[in-house]
Design a protein around this ligand. Structure first.
Ligand SMILES: Cc1cc2nc3c(=O)[nH]c(=O)nc-3n(C[C@H](O)[C@H](O)[C@H](O)COP(=O)(O)OP(=O)(O)OC[C@H]3O[C@@H](n4cnc5c(N)ncnc54)[C@H](O)[C@@H]3O)c2cc1C
Length: 461
C-alpha cells in the first residue's frame, strides 16, 4: 500500500497533522498501535460519572483552539469552566489555603508569609542577570521572587502542570513567555501588567471542555479521517526506500509514503528516527517522561465537609504528600457526576514520585482516600473509583531541552520528507500540540508541493 503521507501515532498530534493534510487533498494513513486513537486524550463515562484519563481541560485562549472545535462541529457541546471553579487551593502545613480568583489572590490569602509577599512586590527592582546560562524554573523564580515563592507557588505548578520538579526543568523551555518578559522589560511583574493592560488573557483564565470530555476531540478527528486511521498497527521501523519511505508495521505489512510524520511519544520517536538520523535519535531519546497516575473517585455530596468551591488544589513538594494535587472535576464542568454527587481526580507521579505512580491501583486509591479524608473531610467509601496509569506521562523539558528541540527540528532539513511532531516541542498542553501539528501539516504540504508528481488530488484547505 502507498500513500502521500504516513503518520505514526494517532494521538491528538498525529490526528491533527493527518486532518490538516487530508483537507489539502493528500492521501494519508495514520498508524496507531493502541486499539483506539486519541493517545492520552481518553474520556470514559461510567455510572453517570465522566473520568478524564488524561487531559481534563483546554485553554481556549491558545490561537486555533476554538477554530478546530468549530470546524469539527464540537462547538455545540462546548462547556466553559463553572463559575464555582474560579478559586484555587494550595496546601500549606497540612491544610488547604484558598486563593481568590483575582490577580491579588496570593496577597489577600495567608498562604505566603508576610515577608515573602513583600519580596514578591520587590520583583520589579531586582536586576536582570548579566550572564545567559540556562536556569532551572526554581532558579529563575527564586532569583526574581524569592525562595519561598519558588518553593511554595512555582514548585506545585511544576508538579501539577508539567509532572516535573522546578529544580530540574528549564525556565526558557518551560515558560518561554515569562522568561522573555525579564529580557524585554527587566521584570516579570511589569511584563505581566503590560499584557493585562493590552487585554491579553492570563494563563488558565479561559479553560473549557466539551460535554463528552476532551476525548471528544480525537473521536471527532477519527470520524473525519475515516479509514485513514488504522488502529492496532505498530510501526516498527522507518526506512528510506526508492527516494521515499517505507514503514515496516510487522504483521500489518509495509506502507510506502512520500513523507513520514512521527507523532509518537519521544522515546518511540527515538527508535523510529534511528535508521535515518542518529543525532535526532539521541535528542529524542534523552527526553524523559516519568510515569503518571490519575485516581478518579466519586462520592455522594454529603460525604464531604469541603464545599469544593474551586478548580482543585496543588501541593508543594515540601508538604511531603503523595498526590501532586487534585481537580474538583464536578465543580469544573457540568455533567461530570450524577446529581447529588461529586467527582475528584487525584494525580500521583511525575518526576516527584515516579515510583509511586506505578504502584497497584488499590494502593493508589488508598493514598487518595487518605488524603481526601485529611484535606477535604471525606468520610466513607467512594461510590465510583477508577485508576489510569501512564507508564510515560508528560515529557520533561529539562536543561538543554531547547537544544534537543533544535536538533529535532533540523531533521526535516537533513532528511527531507521526514517530520517529527508531538508534545515535546512547544509545550505539552493539547492546544499547543494542536498548533504544533497544524504547523507540521503546513511544512509537509510545502515539502510535497515542491516535489514533482506529488501534488495533492484536491488543492486548497
Ligand atoms: C495525566 C495527564 C493529564 C493531562 N492534563 C492535561 C490538561 O488538562 N490539559 C492539556 O491541555 N493537556 C494535558 N495533558 C497533556 C496532553 O494530554 C498531552 O501532551 C497530549 O495529549 C499529547 O498528545 P500527542 O498526540 O502528542 O501524544 P500521545 O497522546 O502520547 O499520542 C502518541 C500516540 O502514538 C502511539 N504510538 C506510540 N508508538 C507507536 C508506534 N510504534 N506505532 C504506532 N503508534 C504508536 C501511542 O499509542 C499514542 O496513541 C495531560 C497529560 C496527561 C498524561
Amino acid at each position: 500500500m502507498s500513500v502521500d503521507v504516513a503518520i505514526v501515532g494517532g494521538g491528538v498530534s498525529g490526528l491533527v497533522t493527518a486532518y490538516g493534510l487530508a483537507r489539502r487533498g493528500y492521501a494519508v494513513a495514520v498508524l496507531e498501535s493502541r486499539v483506539r486513537s486519541g493517545g492520552n486524550a481518553v474520556s470514559e463515562r461510567f455510572g453517570g460519572f465522566l473520568m478524564e484519563h488524561g487531559p481534563n481541560s483546554l485553554n481556549a485562549a491558545t490561537p486555533g483552539m476554538l477554530e478546530i472545535s468549530r470546524d469539527l462541529g464540537l462547538e455545540r457541546q462546548h462547556l466553559s469552566l463553572g463559575k464555582g471553579a474560579r478559586n484555587r487551593y494550595l496546601v500549606r502545613d497540612g491544610a488547604l489555603r484558598r486563593l481568590a480568583a483575582h490577580p491579588f489572590g496570593l496577597f489577600t490569602s495567608d498562604y505566603l508569609s508576610p515577608k515573602s509577599r513583600l519580596r514578591v512586590l520587590a520583583e520589579p527592582f531586582i536586576r536582570t542577570r548579566p550572564n545567559h546560562d540556562e536556569e532551572t524554573v526554581a532558579q529563575f523564580w527564586g532569583r526574581r521572587f524569592g525562595a519561598e515563592f519558588a518553593n511554595r507557588v512555582i514548585d506545585p505548578l511544576a508538579g501539577g502542570l508539567y509532572g516535573g520538579e522546578a529544580e530540574r526543568i528549564s525556565m526558557p523551555a518551560t515558560f518561554p513567555t515569562i522568561h522573555e518578559m525579564e529580557r524585554r522589560y527587566g521584570s516579570v511583574t511589569v511584563g505581566a501588567l503590560r499584557r493585562v493592560l493590552a487585554g491579553e488573557a492570563m494563563a488558565g483564565g479561559k479553560l473549557f471542555s466539551w460535554r463528552d470530555g476532551v476525548g471528544a476531540l480525537p473521536v471527532a478527528l477519527t470520524e473525519r479521517l475515516g479509514a485513514a486511521v488504522r488502529t492496532g498497527v505498530t510501526a516498527r521501523r522507518v526506512m528510506r526506500h526508492a527516494g521515499a519511505f517505507r514503514i515496516d508495521a510487522g504483521g500489518a505489512g509495509v506502507l510506502d509514503a512520500a513523507a513520514v510524520v512521527v507523532a509518537t511519544q519521544a522515546h518511540v520517536a527515538a527508535g523510529l528516527v534511528e535508521t535515518v538520523d542518529a543525532c535526532a535519535a539521541d535528542a529524542a531519546g534523552s527526553i524523559e517522561a516519568p510515569p503518571q497516575a490519575v485516581v478518579f473517585l466519586g462520592y455522594e455530596r454529603g460525604q464531604l465537609d469541603h464545599p469544593l468551591d474551586g478548580l482543585g488544589y496543588l501541593s508543594a513538594k515540601i508538604e511531603g504528600r503523595p498526590l501532586t494535587g487534585a481537580l474538583f472535576c464536578s465543580t469544573m464542568f457540568a455533567n461530570r457526576a450524577p446529581a447529588g454527587h461529586v467527582a475528584l481526580a487525584g494525580y500521583v507521579g511525575g518526576s516527584r514520585h515516579r515510583e509511586l505512580a506505578l504502584r497497584p491501583p488499590a494502593e493508589l486509591m488508598a493514598l487518595a482516600r487518605a488524603e481526601y479524608r485529611d484535606l477535604l473531610g471525606v468520610t466513607g467509601n467512594p461510590v465510583a473509583a477508577r485508576v489510569r496509569q501512564w507508564p510515560r506521562g508528560l515529557p520533561q523539558y529539562s536543561l538543554g531541552h531547547r537544544m534537543r528541540v533544535a536538533v529535532l527540528r533540523g531533521l526535516e532539513g537533513r532528511v527531507p520528507g521526514f517530520f517529527v511532531t508531538g508534545n515535546y516541542f512547544a509545550g505539552p498542553a493539547v492546544p499547543i500540540c494542536i498548533a504544533e501539528a497544524r504547523d507540521t501539516a503546513e511544512r509537509v504540504h510545502r515539502h510535497l508541493a515542491g516535489r514533482a508528481g506529488a501534488m495533492p488530488a484536491v488543492a486548497g484547505g
